[in-house]
Ligand binder design. Sequence first.
Ligand SMILES: Nc1nc2c(c(=O)[nH]1)N(C=O)[C@@H](CNc1ccc(C(=O)N[C@@H](CCC(=O)O)C(=O)O)cc1)CN2
Ligand SMILES: Nc1ncnc2c1ncn2[C@@H]1O[C@H](COP(=O)(O)OP(=O)(O)OP(=O)(O)O)[C@@H](O)[C@H]1O
Length: 185
Amino acid sequence: MTGIDKDGARKAAFARRKAARGAAGPIVTGPLLDVLDGHRGRPLSGYAPIGTEIDPGPALRAMAEDGPVCLPVVDGPDRPLRFRTWTAGREMIDGPFGAPVPASGEWIVPEVLIVPLLAFDRRGGRLGYGGGFYDRTLEVLRRAGPITAIGFAYALQEDAGLPLEPTDALLDLIVTEREVITPTG
Ligand SMILES: Nc1nc2c(c(=O)[nH]1)N(C=O)[C@@H](CNc1ccc(C(=O)N[C@@H](CCC(=O)O)C(=O)O)cc1)CN2
Ligand SMILES: Nc1ncnc2c1ncn2[C@@H]1O[C@H](COP(=O)(O)OP(=O)(O)OP(=O)(O)O)[C@@H](O)[C@H]1O
């Protein structure tokens, strides 16, 4: 345990994300597609939304026309995520932690990742569910080569006072339904 109050931040972030989802209109992928357009053809990881997460589905379907798209699969506690190829309409099964995963498909290594989150800040800081899965994954991928990690969230998920630890992997960009944020570092 650390002295940092991530649990308190998580609880507040869940409530804010739920409110944001309730207030949002149906089409929220415009700025995300604008950003992804510059990465067409590069292996892209998305996610199958759970709970009140913002849905990257329309952008994933559009990107799958030009390059491989994959989804994260939990390999085990304290392990980096693995990524399985996804195409629209592919059979999905329940993975661990309630996130749906493709039932079959090739394992690939993404270069561009759309990262789900509970809260973000303008430094590129990110709060997730607390498994450290994306922190480990981004660290391993970055050691192997250049990647682009794009946090995708409702604007209301911003938390200027996000508690960060040394192991928290920073996002390269954050995209909301309103704007594209380039972290100040
Ligand atoms: N859509 C999505 N897929 C993902 C992640 C994610 O954050 N979002 N993950 C990122 O690491 C991995 C799965 N890890 C997870 C870890 C914990 C919980 C979790 O605590 N779920 C809550 C329900 C949350 C809600 O309703 O919003 C639970 O099961 O009670 C979910 C996924 C890989 N796939
Ligand atoms: N690269 C890493 N190597 C070792 N431990 C790590 C690494 N990244 C994170 N951890 C550990 O994982 C635990 C959970 O991390 P954290 O609370 O930041 O998860 P999170 O970013 O909210 O979750 P997720 O990435 O799964 O959405 C912490 O104890 C943290 O120290």
